[in-house]
Design a protein around this ligand. Structure first.
Ligand code: ZN
Length: 507
């Protein structure tokens, strides 16, 4: 007897079709699984046999062969337990084969027959949609995520017995309650810019950073509100489009981070990993590559606090992704690509103790401070358009009560307007934001008034700007002009852009 079932393998943020075939024939009693398997996947044999035995299903003393094809797709994880069980039961004639036609199956089995959730359900269901498959049998834990992908009829299973009942008598087990996810719903923002009193320059820098999707470096003493400001950045970015939400949800699905409470990601991500995380946790990797923090921050904000404390190799690993906005992870014989189009908000103390330039409190020499600052390599700094000094909070701001008038809603409206202008200007181009404006396109998109051109030239000489620095000033000025709805960049725009360029000027 022979049976074949459709399942999936995960590669990057995509699902690939995998066919699970089972054959039962006379011969030495064995239970063999073949087809380019990882160690964890090979162990499916023991899980499946034990789960069946605990349900009272005794396997006949026959030769059982399971093949997972195609052979050139690496199979990893425990997602094949359930399709293997289904294929074997069908090949043994315990469940009718036609019940599993046109059906996609995924799930891990416990030894007692319970079904456990697996990562990558969302891209799998999207694949099922594409292949025109009508039904998906998924672990109950993944039901909400599967429903969110739409079209395919989803049946949630909690244990192996559910599968058998469903296939033999058509009994649909009790389905977990679904939380209605309303894509139109404005995400509730818990943290608001109006919580931050004063710090007008920092808020202005955050506004410009968000409006042009520019990377940002905040330098200031501990407790000055750097992380408070960074944390509020995703809130002033416009809501993600439906397409972007799906794109981000795919990432969280393959990372196994979607839950029944949060089956899709609707808010822009904010990731704030510790600076001592491993390179793999930062950029992604592993035997079966999983996304790292830079990919989990896709379409949102990656906050790196204490940037100079980050090991140099981690900073080096960031270089390419910051440039390309995707990362390619190569493993023997294959490579996967993860998107990582994030806004980098980095923060640092002005010196190792944090109090410079307050010389009464700072105990470090100019030379120590220089060394501290130069831990961030030039190639990384080159990719950070905006740098701002965050002063210690003024006593007056601490004393005052109530909310600041610069709120998240006010800033978000300005950012949205600037996004629209850029969307229109860069339509049909490979980039969408001023931060992505390549050097050879800058002239075309950054028209200057005569005064602005003269001021820029003066700044170029007096600050001895590099070509990169010059382009950075123009990109920032472009965003400042867009925030005002101005088509031509004027003197004031250049002047403010130069201000943000000069600050944290030591670095
Ligand atoms: Zn110090």
């Amino acid at each position: 007897m022979f049976c074949s079932i459709t399942s999936t393998a995960i590669s990057g943020v995509d699902a690939l079709p995998v066919c699970v075939e089972a054959d039962v024939s006379e011969g030495m009693p064995v239970f063999n699984i073949i087809g380019s398997l990882s160690q964890r996947t090979k162990e499916a044999a023991d899980r499946v046999k034990t789960a069946m035995r605990n349900l009272g299903i005794v396997l006949p003393p026959k030769r059982i062969t399971i093949n997972l094809s195609p052979g050139d797709v690496k199979k990893d994880g425990t997602r094949y337990d359930l399709p293997i069980a289904a294929a074997v039961l069908s090949a043994l004639g315990r469940i009718p084969e036609d019940r599993l036609k046109d059906t996609m199956i995924m799930g891990e089995l416990h030894l007692d027959g319970r079904i456990e959730g697996v990562p990558g359900i969302l891209p799998s269901i999207l694949l099922a949609n594409k292949l025109g498959i009508s039904t998906a049998l998924v672990p109950a834990e993944n039901a909400a995520e599967a429903e969110a992908a739409g079209i395919v009829k989803v049946t949630a299973l909690s244990c192996l017995k559910d599968l058998i009942d469903y296939c033999t008598s058509g009994i649909v087990p009790e389905q977990p309650p679904l939380r209605k996810v309303n894509a139109q719903e404005q995400p509730a923002l818990k943290e608001d810019f109006s919580d931050i009193r004063g710090q007008a320059v920092v808020k202005r820098a955050c506004l410009i950073a968000a409006a042009g999707f520019h990377n940002l470096l905040l330098s200031g003493p501990p407790g000055s509100g750097k992380s408070m400001a960074a944390r509020r950045l995703p809130g002033i970015l416009p809501e993600m489009t439906a397409e972007e939400k799906l794109e981000v949800s795919r990432i969280y699905s393959v990372a196994g981070l979607l839950t029944s409470e949060q089956p899709v990601i609707t808010e822009r991500p904010f990731r704030a990993p510790h600076h001592l995380l491993s390179p793999q946790a930062l950029v992604g990797g592993g035997r079966t590559p999983v996304p790292g923090e830079i990919t989990l921050a896709h379409r949102g904000v990656l906050f790196l606090d204490e940037l100079p404390e980050m090991p140099g190799r981690n900073l080096e690993f960031l270089r390419q992704p910051l440039e390309d906005r995707f990362i390619r992870i190569s493993r023997i014989g294959r490579s996967v690509v993860f998107p990582c189009d994030f806004l980098l908000a980095a923060a640092m103390n002005p010196c190792p103790c944090g109090y410079y330039p307050d010389l009464n409190r700072c105990t470090w020499t100019e030379r120590d401070i220089h060394n501290y600052n130069s831990r961030i390599s030039q190639p990384i700094l080159d990719r950070i358009d905006l740098r701002v000094d965050v002063p210690a909070l003024e006593y007056r701001s601490l004393q005052s009560e109530g909310k600041d008038e610069i709120s998240t809603a006010v800033l978000r409206a300005k950012v949205s307007a600037a996004f629209e202008i850029q969307k229109d200007r860069y339509r049909d181009l490979a980039f969408s934001f001023n931060s992505g404006l390549p050097a050879n396109e800058i002239k075309k998109h950054c028209m200057l008034t005569d005064e602005a051109a003269r001021l820029l030239e003066a700044a170029y000489h007096s600050l001895s700007l590099s070509a990169r620095g010059y382009h950075r000033v123009l990109r920032i000025a472009r965003t400042i002009a867009d925030l005002e709805g101005a088509e031509t960049i004027n003197e004031a725009h250049i002047s403010e852009a130069v201000f943000f360029r000069q600050h944290a000027g030591k670095a």
